[in-house]
Structures are given as structure tokens and as C-alpha cells.
Design a protein around this ligand. Structure first.
Ligand SMILES: NC(=O)c1ccc[n+]([C@@H]2O[C@H](COP(=O)([O-])OP(=O)(O)OC[C@H]3O[C@@H](n4cnc5c(N)ncnc54)[C@H](OP(=O)(O)O)[C@@H]3O)[C@@H](O)[C@H]2O)c1
Length: 427
């Protein structure tokens, strides 16, 4: 990590410098504005300057517009690949979306410094900051809470390696949520998932013949910009594959209506129908993409050859195959996805590991549950891995999402990985 210098008006060292659509954050490249920021900052934040002088804060990043301060980040410490920052945002900044943009930039910047985590301290009374942190995948942590209510601060934690851009542009957190198990009255589970920072939610027409999609729309619409709801087509009532182009078209249009979307950012083909040429099925989705009804195309339960054939017709952004610690049948498909930067969404990511003895042993070692250990192994398995654990229980949901913060040693990963061999299925 580069040496981070205290920030001063005459500072010439590395600074956080970033811009968003409508705001220029403190930018060394704009010296005239820099002076304005400092004049304002010095007038309004003598307390912070004093702390900086005393060396307790290594630098500040100001967020402003012609001297108007909308928020600030203060770096307190860097330890074990994690930076600890103070985070305070004015309510008006959170309303304008400036705070989210700034936070994302901060995460990108920290990543470019080679950091793996960010701890953000937020004032308990600063509701805007807390909301923005949660919305951007920061999880409040009890164990690192710095003094709880006595200091008026909570610490939020965020893994910086937990994001993936599907199709190079749909930015999601790698640990998603599968909605398949939800009944039409389970809206609270979905709401909690989003509250915990989940930004990838998987559904399908098959799940309740549209009822699952309707539940998501009822609960989440209007959708937050950062939330990606992805559905699947290609199975028809009463439960048979149907990949005829006219059926796929009709199912996509119906999904758009049920999900109340103008476009499906990621649409997956649930299965390749062996009765219909693959080119016709993928071609129908390509046409829908060209018409703007679909953003990116994903496949499900495909072989390496089918994936290659489909990629000869259209760009494939994601693959959803059954894969977990004990079921490595699709290892070669994962390798193909990794090579091409395609998101791999393993379904059935949790269940088989829950009763496995190797998983149980490592789980005890790291103080986690077997389900969490299985998920931690998956996340560590590949950077293109985006597990979508499914549950109808909030307790299981919370448990699963917390797995994103677990770290396995190489030896633990190897022990878990050898529970099944690549190509093998112990289901
Ligand atoms: N593309 C496909 O063909 C396909 C096929 C199947 C599924 N999927 C998608 O993949 C998602 C995940 O697959 P899945 O639901 O079959 O597999 P899963 O997520 O591995 O397993 C879900 C099962 O495990 C239980 N579970 C979840 N978290 C748990 C925990 N922390 N501790 C103990 N048990 C836990 C759930 O029951 P509780 O409700 O009791 O927690 C549920 O029965 C689905 O939701 C769906 O979106 C896709």
C-alpha cells in the first residue's frame, strides 16, 4: 500500500481524488478549488484539523461543491489489509445519491491500494450515513463495535473482494440470494436480504409459475438501482422444458410485466431444450436483447460444449449450474467461465455441506456454522463465483450473508476442497 500522507493545503503527496456526475470531490488536479475547500474546511472543522495535527487521523477526504461540505471520510488506521475510516454524510448528500457514489469510489480506491476490507465508523445519530453504508453492503459488526452507544459510533464492515460486474457492467455483491423457497407471503425475507446488502436476487417463472416474480416486484418495486433481480425462462407448465422461440418470447414479455420492468438486465435460459436447436433458443434471446428487452443473457445447467456453442451466437454473461463443495460435476464449466470472465452462479450451494463431517470440523475451527463454511469455501473457490443460497428463514438468511465476512486459511480451503474431487458428485 502506498504511503498515505496527512492532508494539508500545500499537500503534494497522494490524495483521494475522484469525481462523480454532479460533484467534484477534493481534487488535487484543480488547485483553485482546493483552496476553496481548505478555507471552508478550516473554518468549519477545526476539531478535525486538530486531530490531524495530533496525528490521530492520517488524512481527510472532503466531499463538497464550491466549498459546500457534504460529507467526509477520515482514515484512522490500516491493519491487516483493512482500512478503518470515519464516515459522515449530510442527509442532503444521501438524497442526491452523492454519498453512494463517493462510497463506491472510496471502495474502488481502497482496492487499488491492495486493501481487502473497509471498516467504517458511523455516528449512531447520523442516519443518512448508516443508511448509505447498509445500502452499499456494509454490515454492522458487533464484535468490532467501538464502544457501542457510549462513544456514539457503530462500526460497519465491508469485504472489498466481494463484488463482481456481470457482463462487465452489472455490479453486484458476489453473495446473492435465491428466492425459490419463498411463499407469496415471505416479503419480509426479501426485504431483509436487501437490507443486509444483497444486490443479486435469483428467481424464475418456474417458481410458482410467476408467483415468485410477483412477490419480488410487490416487495421491492420501485427497485433500488443497485439491486439486480434476475429471472429464468424456458420451462412451461406443467413442468416440461419448452425452448421454442415463440414460447421464450412470450415468457420474457410476461416476466417483464410481472416484475414491472422495462428491461430484464439479466435473463437466464433455465435449461437448453433438447427438442429445439440451441441456436434457435439462444437466437431468440439475442433478438430480445437487440430489441432492448434483455440486457444480458445467462444460461443454466449447460455443458462446456453448449456454453461454447451459445457463445458463438451471443455474449453469455452468466452460467447457473449445480455446484458446491460436495458436487463438483461442473468443474470444467466453472473453469470455462473463469477463463472468459463469466459469472458462475452455483445453485444448491448450501444444503449438502450442512451435514458433512469435513465441513463440520472446519466450521468448529473458525467458529462458524457448516452452511457458512460451505459458502466461504465457494466464495474463495473462484472470483467469478456468485452463490445464491436460498432460504425462507430470516435466521438462515442472516447466517448465510454473514458468511461473506469469513476467511479460510489455505489449508482449510484445501481440506474442504478435497471432500470431493473435481468432476465428482457426492450428492
Ligand atoms: N438453475 C436451476 O436449475 C436451479 C435449480 C434449483 C435452484 N436454483 C436457484 O438456486 C437457489 C439456491 O438453490 P437451492 O435453494 O436449491 O439450494 P441451497 O441454497 O443450497 O439450499 C437451500 C436449502 O437449504 C436450507 N438452508 C439455507 N440456508 C441454510 C442454513 N444457513 N442452515 C441450514 N439450512 C439452510 C434451506 O431451507 P430453509 O428454508 O429451512 O432455510 C433450503 O431448504 C434457489 O433459491 C434458486 O434461486 C436454480
Amino acid at each position: 500500500m502506498p504511503e498515505l500522507q496527512p492532508l494539508r493545503a500545500d499537500h503534494a503527496g497522494p490524495l483521494l481524488t475522484f469525481e462523480t456526475d454532479n460533484r467534484t470531490f477534493f481534487a488535487r488536479s484543480i488547485p483553485d478549488r482546493r483552496d476553496a475547500y481548505f478555507a471552508n474546511f478550516a473554518a468549519n472543522h477545526r476539531d478535525l484539523l486538530a486531530e490531524q495535527e495530533a496525528g490521530t487521523i492520517r488524512f481527510h477526504v472532503l466531499v463538497g461543491d464550491d466549498g459546500e461540505i457534504l460529507g467526509r471520510f477520515n482514515l484512522f488506521d490500516v491493519d491487516g489489509g483493512t482500512a478503518e475510516v470515519g464516515f459522515r454524510m449530510a442527509e442532503k448528500a444521501t438524497r442526491r445519491g452523492v454519498a453512494t457514489a463517493a462510497l463506491r469510489e472510496l471502495c474502488d480506491l481502497a482496492k487499488s491500494y491492495g486493501l481487502h476490507g473497509l471498516k467504517a465508523r458511523a455516528d449512531i445519530g447520523n442516519i443518512g450515513s448508516r443508511r448509505v453504508l447498509r445500502r452499499n453492503g456494509f454490515i454492522p459488526t458487533n464484535e468490532t463495535q467501538t464502544g457501542g452507544t457510549s462513544t456514539g459510533e457503530t462500526t460497519f464492515w465491508r469485504d472489498l473482494d466481494d463484488e463482481f460486474r456481470i457482463g462487465g457492467e452489472l455490479r453486484v455483491r458476489r453473495l446473492g440470494f435465491g428466492a425459490m423457497h419463498l411463499s407469496p407471503t415471505d416479503g419480509d425475507v426479501v426485504r431483509r436480504a436487501v437490507e443486509l446488502g444483497v444486490t443479486l436476487i435469483d428467481t424464475a417463472y418456474l417458481y410458482g409459475w410467476g408467483a415468485n416474480e410477483e412477490l419480488l416486484a410487490r416487495t421491492l418495486w420501485p427497485y433500488r438501482k443497485e439491486v439486480l433481480v434476475t429471472t429464468k425462462v424456458g420451462v412451461a407448465r406443467p413442468g416440461r422444458l419448452d425452448g421454442r422461440p415463440e414460447v421464450l418470447r412470450a415468457q420474457v414479455h410476461a416476466a417483464l410485466t410481472r416484475l414491472r420492468m422495462g428491461r430484464l438486465d439479466l435473463l437466464q435460459l433455465h435449461r437448453i431444450d433438447p427438442e429445439v436447436p440451441l441456436a434457435d433458443q439462444v437466437g431468440a434471446l439475442k433478438d430480445l436483447r437487440d430489441q432492448g428487452k434483455i440486457g444480458h443473457i445467462g444460461l443454466s445447467e449447460v455443458t462446456v460444449d453448449q456454453l461454447a456453442e451459445a457463445r458463438g451466437i451471443v455474449e453469455v454473461a452468466s452460467v447457473q449450474n449445480r455446484y458446491n463443495l460436495l458436487d463438483r460435476e461442473h468443474e470444467q464449466v466453472l473453469a470455462a467461465c473463469e477463463a472468459a470472465g463469466i459469472a458462475f452462479l452455483p445453485w444448491r450451494p448450501v444444503l449438502p455441506g450442512v451435514t458433512d463431517s469435513a465441513v463440520g470440523e472446519v466450521a468448529t475451527e473458525i467458529g462458524a456454522t457448516p452452511a457458512q463454511t460451505s459458502l466461504a469455501w465457494l466464495l474463495a473457490r473462484s472470483p467469478v463465483m456468485l452463490p445464491i443460497p436460498g432460504t425462507a428463514k430470516i435466521t438462515h438468511l442472516e447466517e448465510n450473508i454473514a458468511a461473506g465476512a469469513l476467511r479460510l486459511t489455505r489449508a482449510q480451503r484445501d481440506r474442504l476442497g478435497s471432500a470431493a474431487r473435481p468432476g465428482e458428485s457426492l450428492r
